[in-house]
Structures are given as structure tokens and as C-alpha cells.
Design a protein around this ligand. Structure first.
Ligand SMILES: Nc1ncnc2c1ncn2[C@@H]1O[C@H](COP(=O)(O)OP(=O)(O)OP(=O)(O)O)[C@@H](O)[C@H]1O
Length: 262
């Protein structure tokens, strides 16, 4: 069967002249950038350059003070398909005393802003089990999130972001505070998801080696500036799976067969 020719290259995020200020204090000025379907974008910048602020605008938690943002071709104000976006915020934005179990944290990824206290259906429970299984943390499901190690917490948050089979994954420094070996495993997993599933990545990282080795570019950190490094979808051989639907299980199988690991 012939593939739709431009299926891989639809615009996913479009920033047009975006600016942001916290109470008159400008943090981001006139950023324009486009992310296409299945791109892998590394966001680099010095501390305080505004990377987290930028991601928070893209996931609709902050409103730009200037310019416009489109998601999946729609102005962000009209965008409603939030379940297409998985977001893993910076680790230090999480309060470890929060009294939730890993299962509850993962399930919370299913509830959009208007349905925080939705009842858990059978189908939701299955999705949750699949996500826990894919990240190999079923045995941690009933533990309090705050009792987990940094690496285990990251898997739980990734499972939360994956539970809706997202088309776009936004990760804010996902490996901070994690040992080198676990970081490498985590990165293998992300690479696997990028190469074999139709997922677009936007990832803030201080991991210059990752940018160098995977995106094939030499990153330069410039004071107060945000830079984007991209591996375009057309660098990959094909469009991959259309989504993760049958692949949370596939992902786990690949991990079990030793191709990827965390
Ligand atoms: N809620 C807030 N109110 C006021 N100022 C803020 C707020 N959040 C962040 N800032 C400021 O905005 C600037 C950008 O912060 P942001 O967290 O976006 O930077 P960052 O590039 O992600 O930094 P880091 O690499 O340290 O995580 C910083 O100077 C920060 O102090």
C-alpha cells in the first residue's frame, strides 16, 4: 500500500514571534519556530533562558504576551485535543510529599483539565496497566510516588505521558538527577519511540552529548538564549507506526528482547 506522501510532515507546533514576560519582566522575546510531525527537537539554553516557560506556553499553561502558537495546525486558543500531547514537567516541579500512588499518577494523565475527578472506567484501567507494563513498573503501581527513586519516578511520569498514546511528547529535562546508566537507558527508550513510533519529540536537555550523538549537531549554549536542534522526520526511513496503540505492548516486547531499556 502506498503511503500518503506528506503524512510525516504535518506541522505539529508553530511559534510565530512569541514573547513572554512575568509581570513586565521579559523572559522570551520574538521566538519563531516550527516543529513538524516526527521531528525530534532538542531545546538548549542557559539557566533562566526561558525553556520551561516556553514549554508551559506550548502546553497551554501560560499565555504568550506576544505572538501566536498553533498546535496541530490550530490556533492554541481553539485547540482541544490535549490528549494528543504528553508532557513530562521538570522533576523539581513535583512535590514528593503528594499523597498519590504511582497508579493514580499514571491515571491522572487520562483526565483533561475539565475532568479531573472522572471515574476510572475498565478501558482506562487497561490503558494504565499497559503504560505501567511498558515502563516496567507494574510492581510499583501501589507505592506512593514520593517513595520512588529518581529513575523510577521518571518512568512513572513517562508512563503518565504515554497513557493517551500521544502524537507529541514534551519533556523538560527528563534525566536530571538520574545516574548515567539510567540516563542512557532512558535515552535509548526515547530514541526507540522516535524511530519506531510516529511520535514527535520536543525535549529540553542539558545533555550536549545526546544532541551531538543523536541530532548530529554541535550545540552552543548562548547566555540568555534558547536554541533549537532538530532531527527532521525526513532523516528517518519511513513514517513508522501511525501511533502507539498496539505499541505500548510492542515497546515492552522490544525492551524485553534487549533492544531498548531504562
Ligand atoms: N512564576 C514565575 N514568576 C516570575 N518569574 C519566573 C517565574 N517562573 C520563572 N521565572 C523566571 O523566568 C526566567 C525563565 O525561567 P525558566 O524556568 O523558564 O528558565 P529555564 O530556561 O527553564 O531555566 P533552567 O535551565 O534553570 O531550568 C527565570 O529568570 C525565572 O526566574
Amino acid at each position: 500500500m502506498q503511503k500518503a506522501q506528506f503524512a510525516c510532515h504535518a506541522p505539529i507546533i508553530e511559534l510565530d514571534d512569541v514573547s513572554f514576560a512575568y509581570e513586565q519582566r521579559p523572559v522570551i522575546s520574538n521566538v519563531s519556530f516550527a516543529v513538524q510531525e516526527r521531528d525530534f527537537v532538542g531545546v538548549i539554553g542557559s539557566n533562566g533562558a526561558g525553556k520551561t516557560t516556553l514549554l508551559r506556553m506550548i502546553v497551554g499553561l501560560l499565555k504568550p504576551t506576544g505572538g501566536s502558537i498553533k498546535l496541530f495546525g490550530r490556533p492554541i486558543g481553539q485547540f482541544r485535543d490535549w490528549e494528543r500531547i504528553g508532557y513530562v514537567p521538570q522533576k523539581n516541579s513535583f512535590n514528593p510529599l503528594f499523597p498519590a500512588t504511582v497508579r493514580e499518577v499514571v491515571l491522572s494523565g487520562l483526565y483533561n483539565r475539565n475532568k479531573l475527578f472522572k471515574r476510572v472506567s475498565k478501558a482506562d484501567a487497561v490503558k494504565c496497566d499497559d503504560a505501567l507494563h511498558a515502563m516496567d513498573i507494574e510492581d510499583l503501581a501501589e507505592k506512593r510516588i514520593g517513595q520512588l527513586s529518581g529513575g523510577q519516578q521518571q518512568r512513572a511520569f513517562l508512563a503518565r505521558a504515554l497513557i493517551n498514546n500521544p502524537a507529541l511528547l514534551i519533556l523538560d529535562e527528563p534525566t536530571v538527577g538520574i545516574d548515567t546508566e539510567t540516563q542512557e537507558g532512558f535515552f535509548h527508550l526515547i530514541k526507540h519511540m522516535h524511530q519506531h513510533h510516529n511520535i514527535t519529540f520536543l525535549m529540553v536537555s542539558h545533555d550536549m552529548e545526546m544532541i551531538r550523538s543523536y541530532l548530529g549537531q554541535e550545540p552552543k549554549r548562548q547566555a540568555g538564549k534558547i536554541d533549537f536542534y532538530v532531527k527532521h522526520s525526513h532523516d528517518l526511513e519511513d513514517c513508522g507506526e501511525t501511533n502507539l496503540t498496539h505499541s505500548l505492548r510492542g515497546l515492552r516486547q522490544a525492551m524485553e528482547s534487549g533492544k531498548v531499556g531504562v
